[in-house]
Design a protein. Structure first.
Length: 202
């Protein structure tokens, strides 16, 4: 009788510790993966941009090319922004220049090396931190995904929808007449700290 009870207890006590160990291992792998992603993104984000190499004069650039950071986009040119080729949690272009009142054609192409959803949101001057706070607060909202993680705020001027990998969307608008730095960022929760840039209106 005692032996039978002892065997049953051993079987029961062996089951739950096994489940706890498996759950602990799974959580540890998840935490390790997240930590590596954030460290990798932080290191990449903290690196200063490489100096531009001097090149001989060339013909005027053709339209429909991605402008390099701090390069003005001529009226009618298409600006294409993609996730960074090395760090998919950052934009490959972190600064674009446009003229005040200029028609702008901006395409965000979610051509990411990993399957992540992203969007592109352009805010008013000086609103980057406020939009980041609103974006992160959406994690607790049950309808956040349906809204594409786009906060409802008068600080947001233009935005794409939440794009799946390999999707793209083009925004066509007139650049603001007020000159200054307009932030653009991905408002998917947790992305905006690294995934952001500036549209300089001159």
């Amino acid at each position: 009788m005692d032996s039978q009870h002892h065997d049953t207890h051993e079987n029961s006590s062996g089951f739950w510790p096994t489940i706890a160990i498996l759950a602990g291992v799974g959580f540890s792998l998840f935490a390790l993966t997240a930590a590596i992603a954030f460290i990798w993104g932080g290191i990449h984000y903290s690196k200063p941009p490489a100096p531009l190499a001097s090149t001989p004069p060339a013909a005027a650039p053709a339209a429909n090319l991605v402008p390099s950071p701090a390069t003005a986009a001529a009226a009618g040119d298409e600006i294409v922004i993609k996730p960074d080729a090395v760090n998919p949690m950052a934009y490959g272009t972190n600064c674009i220049n446009v003229k005040a009142g200029q028609p702008v054609k901006l395409t965000f192409s979610n051509d990411s090396i990993v399957p992540l959803q992203h969007n592109l949101v352009i805010g008013k001057i000086g609103t980057k931190d406020a939009i980041i706070a609103l974006a992160n607060a959406m994690m607790t909202q049950p309808d956040a995904l349906a809204k594409g993680y786009i906060p409802e705020s008068p600080d947001i001027l233009y935005h794409t929808k939440l794009l799946n990998p390999k999707e793209s969307q083009t925004l066509e608008f007139t650049a603001p007449t007020e000159k200054g730095d307009y932030p653009y960022l991905c408002t998917f929760p947790g992305h905006s700290i690294i995934m952001n840039g500036v549209m300089k209106v001159e």
